[in-house]
Ligand binder design. Structure first.
Ligand code: HEM
Length: 497
């Protein structure tokens, strides 16, 4: 990215701050240290929908919330790949799965993975979601009844993270982590936790180490932990793959090859292995073993904390005094259902639950933003013209090959121009019929008009899984349990690292 001399960058004429904090870091230190997105928020207020700022070695980064520009970048996903540094990081942490793949490899992997995430298949996983949701509910109820908890306070994040990890283990790979009962004792869970343990380094330093390959050559404790964890993950992944493949083959009914309905298990990995072995795809389209193992860790990371974090924020929002009315209305709807295990369609037919989930996803995006880079020198169209630094009105942004782009998901999800003046408020009613703000539909999200699952060919493949999981957990937990903040309420702030 810093191969482009910043003086020649086409982004130099895009509005944005002229000065910067530091000649080595540009303004990155400020962005990383401050409350999530707050620096971007200030720059949007000052410079409009699109601005550029200085990053490492004074390279320029583009940041835009213009809906047409965002749609263009997302819909032309292969022209705006992840940067080489991001991909190096992804490969090291999760292997060569879907989050890492680009271009033809991504298209090929996604084609094989898509059927695993169809509505029809996700529906089959519903019992796993309910089993774990009720297991968690019962643990909470027992803890409350036995009075084992001081003033009945529960750190819901820890428990929700365990529930979602158990769910992705079973639904994803038929693997019982059983963290709800055993805690984090499984070797794979331990490796996973170590990998994502909060960074010991100050955030700015951690960012610089991540971005400058040379600095990673110096020995540091995190590098050793990462190496240890990835070794365990690779070993367990290879074993899982071998076991699943053997089970799929054993259940294949005839010597004609693997047929559609012959899968041993319903878990995502079994379905993936079967699709990858199907006789009707070309050898050149099949995933390699390294790619399949990469999917295991990609699904683990992408499908675990995202959901538990989202749900934790929902419980936090509902626990506020001013939202007790919303919580009561939601509970009334949930209690009106006469079965303990409504089907996916029955859950989807509950309008207030649906509105609460959408509003939660809008306000509490698990990813605050994402980044891409320009694959070549190109132009990005905008819907709102801007005046460049030379005073010329522009309808497009020119960007050079390799230059980075930030898509500020959370800020777009609460942009007042798109959502109205009450955009920052938790208001499920906005999703009920006839209440939507007219401009929110300009947001190019794969689900609803929120950008939380992103959009285009690289949108979250697991969004249907996540929606059903969220709804089942909310149904099982909030029918019987109400949530309040402890007194005094903790101060919680969102930060990027
Ligand atoms: C509330 C929960 C979730 C949220 C908010 C979420 C959000 C996202 C976002 C924003 C991306 C795009 C990341 C980027 O390209 O920068 C993504 C990608 C992805 N997500 Fe999710 N996700 C959630 C749950 C899940 C679940 C449950 C799974 C799997 C079981 C999953 C699997 C994936 C995968 C494999 C990708 C990579 C897609 C690709 O690059 O083609 N996600 N997710």
């Amino acid at each position: 990215m810093w191969l482009i001399d910043p003086q020649f960058s086409p982004l130099k004429d895009v509005p944005g701050p002229d000065s910067y904090d530091n000649i080595l870091l540009g303004d990155i230190g400020k962005v990383v240290r401050s409350r999530l997105s707050s620096v971007y928020e200030g720059w949007f207020a000052k410079y409009g929908h699109t601005f550029s700022f200085r990053s490492l070695f004074l390279s320029r980064i583009l940041c835009t919330k213009d809906p047409k520009a965002v749609a263009h970048i997302l819909n032309h996903a292969y022209d705006f790949p992840k940067s080489p540094d991001t991909r190096k990081f992804l490969a090291k942490m999760f292997g060569e799965g879907l989050l890492f793949a680009e271009g033809g490899d991504h298209k090929r992997q996604r084609k094989i993975l898509n059927p695993c995430f169809s509505s029809a298949h996700i529906r089959e996983l519903t019992p796993v979601f309910y089993d774990k949701a009720y297991e968690l509910r019962d643990i909470w109820l027992r803890q409350i009844e036995e009075g084992r908890l001081e003033s009945k306070e529960i750190d819901v994040f820890v428990w929700l993270a365990r529930a979602t990890l158990d769910i992705i283990g079973l639904a994803g790979f038929d693997y019982a982590f059983d963290t709800l009962n055993q805690g984090e004792t499984d070797e794979l869970v331990r490796a996973f936790m170590d990998l994502f343990a909060p960074m010991q380094n100050p955030p700015t330093l951690a960012f610089v180490v991540a971005m400058i390959p040379l600095l990673r050559l110096f020995p540091n404790e995190r590098a050793k932990v990462t190496a240890r964890s990835t070794a365990v993950m690779t070993r367990v992944g290879a074993r899982l793959l071998q076991e699943k493949r053997a089970a799929v083959l054993a259940s294949a009914s005839s010597a004609d090859g693997v047929e559609k309905k012959s899968v041993a298990g319903n878990d995502l990995l079994s379905v993936l292995i079967k699709a990858n072995m199907a006789t009707d795809i070309k050898d050149s389209e099949r995933m390699t073993n390294v790619e399949v193992i990469g999917q295991i860790y990609t699904l683990l990371i992408a499908g675990h904390e995202t959901t538990s974090t989202t749900l934790t924020w929902l419980l936090y929002d509902l626990a506020h005094l001013e939202n007790q009315r919303v919580q009561a209305k939601l509970r009334e709807e949930l209690q009106s259902v006469t079965t303990d295990r409504p089907t996916m369609d029955e859950l989807n037919a509950l309008p207030y639950l649906d509105a609460v989930v959408r509003e939660n996803l809008r306000l509490n995006s698990a990813l605050d933003g994402t980044s891409r880079c320009a694959g070549r020198d190109t132009s990005i169209p905008v819907s709102t013209p801007y005046i460049d630094k030379k005073g010329v009105e522009r309808m497009e942004i020119r960007i050079g090959a390799g230059e980075e782009i930030i898509l500020p998901i959370s800020l777009i999800n609460r942009d007042k121009e798109l959502w109205g003046e009450d955009a920052d408020e938790f208001k499920p009613e906005r999703w009920l019929e006839g209440n939507a703000h007219s401009r929110s539909s300009e947001i190019p999200g794969v689900f609803s008009s929120v950008l939380t699952f992103l959009g285009g060919p690289r949108a979250c493949i697991g969004y249907r899984f996540a929606l059903l999981e969220l709804k089942v957990l909310i149904f099982a937990l909030l029918r019987d349990i109400s949530v309040e903040l402890p007194d005094p309420a903790p101060e919680i702030e969102k930060k990027s690292l």
